[in-house]
Design a protein around this ligand. Structure first.
Ligand SMILES: *Cc1c(COP(=O)(O)O)cnc(C)c1O
Length: 402
């Protein structure tokens, strides 16, 4: 096809060119993509709810742990999730603007000027101090609309929340407030990833002890929630009236020490394709800094994804990928947009062969947990690091969910 010399050039080809431009605007043809299996999310939601024996607040902060905020939230809503949780006001507003209707709690600390936005978008507010309670009351009164709040108690995380041993006056003030509806009371576990840690029992005891203030003042007990993924997996007694799993919902364990007490299915795969093939001669180095040198003549392919997509540079000469069902090592430094893989002197791979960075290929698999270990980090950071330069593709779940 003839390529016009300028964007305005009129020619027989311009319709084709327009069609191509249009197609690119709609769906990326980039061979690198994230595939999200919505049926795995459904399975994990039901499995975690059954294990906890409690309603689920699905945590979808940080772009649903890299899986795509709006699509995941709509899907969980369609599957009957009782509530959603996000970190920031902006994430909650994005969900409301996308038409998500289930209750949404914003878990993060609040800033005074934002409070009215929570109320007008029907977002539930985390109130973590008496001061914040007063801010919420003032904003609610000014709007003439009551705010729905969850009281945040600190039982050992020392992040946000009123210390559980000082919670009495805080709870009394919240219950007495005519502009706030106390829907929940919660705290956050610091060590639940590790089934052997004694910290969780201490935190549970502090939390339950603080909750007795509601009874003492004759107030109805709000929803008590404490368990993150680690809590659901390892500490059934922390599940209480609602659970807040994040990473387990996506089928990933929080920590190498975690136990697989629930049958979880990973929802995310990260795939690309071979973009270049060559032979590197013995003694020749690969990539920036020349940190890896071929010990023998070997075949090396290039894969078009890098740390600019959130694939960690720490995997330089440490990570593996799957090509044609075989595991092969990443060699040399990962670049912003590409990296190289040694497929060995006899390896075969062709341009456009599929490359799996996270996920399964034939009988082989690379899970997010092992990628995290190779990169010297935790699975959370791997998932949420995968950024918007990578197109997301959804499978399963039924078309009506999108
Ligand atoms: C992120 C978060 C969760 C979910 O944690 P996971 O370890 O991913 O299950 C639950 N509660 C709060 C307050 C959080 O910030």
């Amino acid at each position: 096809m003839a390529v016009p010399t300028s964007y305005s050039a009129a020619s027989a080809a311009s319709d084709d060119i327009d069609a191509l431009r249009h197609r690119h605007a709609e769906a990326s043809d980039r061979p690198t993509r994230i595939r999200v299996d919505l049926d795995a999310l459904t399975h994990n939601l039901h499995a975690l709810r059954a294990k906890a024996g409690a309603p689920v607040m699905g945590i979808v902060k940080a772009n649903a742990y890299g899986h795509g905020l709006v699509t995941v939230a709509r899907h969980l809503q369609a599957q009957g999730v009782e509530q959603l949780g996000v970190a920031f006001l902006e994430e909650g507003i994005a969900l409301r603007q996308a038409g998500v209707r289930v209750p949404i709690l914003v878990l993060g600390g609040i800033f005074g000027p934002q409070v009215a936005q929570f109320i007008v978008h029907d977002l539930e507010i985390t109130v973590s101090s008496l001061d914040k309670l007063r801010q919420v009351e003032a904003a609610a009164e000014a709007l003439g609309h009551r705010a729905t709040i969850h009281l945040k108690l600190d039982t050992g995380m020392e992040r946000i929340g009123v210390h559980s041993y000082n919670a009495g006056p805080f709870i009394e003030a919240a219950v007495a407030s005519s502009w706030c509806v106390v829907k929940g009371v919660y705290s956050h576990l610091a060590c639940a990833d590790d089934p052997a840690s004694p910290m969780t029992a201490v935190q549970l005891e502090r939390f339950l002890d603080a909750c007795t203030h509601f009874e003492r003042i004759g107030a109805p007990m709000p929803l008590r929630h404490l368990a993150n993924s680690g809590g659901v997996l390892h500490f059934p007694e922390t599940c209480l009236d609602m659970v807040r799993p994040g990473i387990a919902l996506y089928g990933v364990l929080p920590d190498p020490a975690s136990r697989r007490t629930v049958d979880l299915r990973p929802a995310l795969s990260l795939v690309s394709q071979v973009v270049y093939f060559k032979v590197v001669k013995a003694g020749h180095s690969v990539s920036y800094g020349a940190t890896w040198t071929a010990p023998r003549d070997t075949r090396v392919v290039t894969v078009p994804i890098g740390y600019g997509d959130g694939y960690p540079r720490a995997l330089s000469s440490r990570g593996d990928v799957l090509i044609r069902g075989q595991r092969h090592p990443i060699v040399g430094r990962i670049c912003m947009d590409q990296f190289m893989v040694d497929i060995g002197p006899q390896g075969t791979a062709y341009n456009e062969d599929d490359v799996v960075l996270i996920g399964r290929q034939g009988d082989a698999g690379i899970d997010c947990e092992s990628v995290a270990i190779a990169a010297g980090t935790i699975p959370y950071e791997i998932l949420v690091g995968l950024n918007d330069r990578i197109p997301r593709e959804y499978r399963g779940g039924g078309l009506s969910d999108r």
